[in-house]
Design a protein around this ligand. Sequence first.
Ligand SMILES: [Cu+2]
Length: 132
Amino acid sequence: MNFPTKSRSVLAALMLAAFSGTGAFAADTITVPSEAAVPVAEVPADAIIVNIEKMKYDQPELKVKTGDTVYWINKEVMPHNVAFKKGVVGDEPFKGEMLKKDQAYSITFNEAGSYEYHCTPHPFMRATVIVE
Ligand SMILES: [Cu+2]
């Protein structure tokens, strides 16, 4: 996999976020509506959800459609996040905000593909979003 155009836009987005201190992450492959974790009450009723509990993502292989937004909800006291290794959503690795209990984090997938993710402090926690 090689996507030089995307890598530039990912880098540009990261730099923009770093300099502005506000803007949500934006790249060709994914869009992050909010960099900060949000309360579970803000998750839409019809959302596509991956619950995190007992040191696991409850959907090891989640299939969604291009443009869908996936919400991760941490159900336990142990903090968890969603992170992508270098090369998955762009040339740079991506690390989502840590979620406390009953906090959520969402990612919109803009391109078809297979996106393996993990939890930064618990690298054995892994799952995949397949975007069709
Ligand atoms: Cu974790």
